[in-house]
Design a protein around this ligand. Structure first.
Ligand SMILES: NC(=O)c1ccc[n+]([C@@H]2O[C@H](COP(=O)([O-])OP(=O)(O)OC[C@H]3O[C@@H](n4cnc5c(N)ncnc54)[C@H](OP(=O)(O)O)[C@@H]3O)[C@@H](O)[C@H]2O)c1
Length: 334
């Protein structure tokens, strides 16, 4: 049985969480239809929650986090996949309560696996990863609700983060005028390179008055942070504007009134990448590989080893200090 390196998170009796890289065997993996030799994974905010004992994400330890994986099928009990297929797995239970992608191998149900479309490499699929897929799903839902570039500006919040940075790049490529909301004043050049026409600070985006509505500016809002920033965004949507909501890094709370909805007819669209149906996944991965492909993917990514993930990046993302996307190299051992 092949051996591989994996991130391994253990729980102490005092409920503290310790991380190390250990060697595991394929025979340790859970049952599943498809055994995948992982080439790359990627870092998402949820991975850091799993690696630090958040029981809403991971109930039982020891555990290997990693909600994303891209690699080559080594064995399949499903006729849908053949040995040698390049595949990607994001979401479902991967890395939550199923051993995840921060490892040289994963074994998962066939229903979780997407064949990598032509036009994209394994590495680039992980520059997108769950964050990029969620950005694409948010744009897809906003457009399905009727958002079009000619309607006006679109605000992206948490814009230097994983979801935010890919969202800025996709929207600007589709012809939208994108305003990037970010807490990092040093990131203006980065955001403009991705296609933002203007950047606003978090303070600019948080209304402290208790007014139920403010001047309508945005045709669309792609929110990744929740809390007061999302509440303010709803007050500043134009008539008929649309907002999508996927994240909670600022807060899971949402304070609003019904006025944006009943006086301006705005729509608030929920975005869930985890249980997203396979039909939509296939459409979106094809868009990411082709029509919506970001030409400058390398400018928004950092590639790291499992060791750097363990020692630096899991803490960095929890502090909101990661800019763009982080791709993790995962290598099987001989
Ligand atoms: N619903 C889904 O299916 C789904 C899928 C993927 C992710 N998510 C969620 O979406 C959110 C973003 O994920 P991500 O992978 O993009 O995370 P990320 O890379 O950590 O990015 C989050 C960004 O939010 C901003 N931010 C951090 N702390 C903040 C605070 N206290 N107040 C306001 N803004 C803050 C920062 O950007 P700036 O410095 O530029 O402001 C940060 O880079 C997370 O909550 C994640 O769990 C949900």
């Amino acid at each position: 049985m092949p051996h591989f390196n994996a991130l391994w998170v253990t729980e102490t009796p005092e409920k503290t969480y310790q991380r190390q890289i250990i060697q595991r065997s394929v025979s340790d993996l859970p049952a599943g239809d498809v055994l995948i030799r992982v080439s790359y994974s990627s870092l998402n905010y949820k991975d850091a929650l799993s690696a630090s004992g958040n029981k809403g994400v991971t109930r039982n330890y020891p555990h290997t986090p990693g909600i994303d994986a891209a690699g080559i099928v080594e064995h399949s009990d499903s006729p849908a996949f053949q040995t040698g297929d390049a595949v990607v797995v994001t979401g479902f239970d991967l890395g939550m309560n199923t051993a995840g992608g921060f490892a040289g191998y994963i074994r998962v149900p066939a229903a979780w696996v997407v064949k990598l479309p032509a036009g994209i490499s394994l590495r680039d699929s992980m520059v997108y990863g769950t964050a990029g897929f969620t950005a694409a799903l948010s744009v897809f839902k906003l457009e399905h609700a009727g958002l079009r570039p000619e309607q006006g500006e679109v605000l992206v919040t948490g814009a230097t983060g994983g979801v935010g940075s890919i969202a800025v790049a996709i929207l600007s490529q589709l012809g939208y005028r994108v305003v990037a909301g970010s807490g990092k004043s040093s990131a203006q050049d980065f955001l403009k390179q991705l296609g933002a026409t203007e950047t606003l600070s978090r303070e600019d985006l948080q209304d402290e008055s208790n007014k139920p509505l403010l001047k309508g500016r945005w045709a669309g809002v792609l929110d990744t942070v929740g809390g007061k920033i999302l509440g303010t965004a709803l007050k500043t949507l134009q008539y008929g504007g649309k907002a999508s909501c996927c994240g909670l890094v600022a807060s899971p709370e949402l304070q609003t009134t019904v006025f944006p909805f009943i006086l301006r007819g705005v729509d608030l669209l929920g975005v869930d990448s985890v249980e997203c149906p396979m039909e939509t996944r296939l459409i979106l991965w094809d868009k990411l590989a082709n029509d919506w492909k970001i030409p400058s993917l390398d400018t928004l990514m950092t590639e790291i080893s499992l060791e750097e993930l363990e020692s630096v990046y899991l803490d960095k993302i929890l502090r909101g200090q990661v800019q763009g996307r982080v791709v993790v190299r995962c290598e099987a051992l001989a």
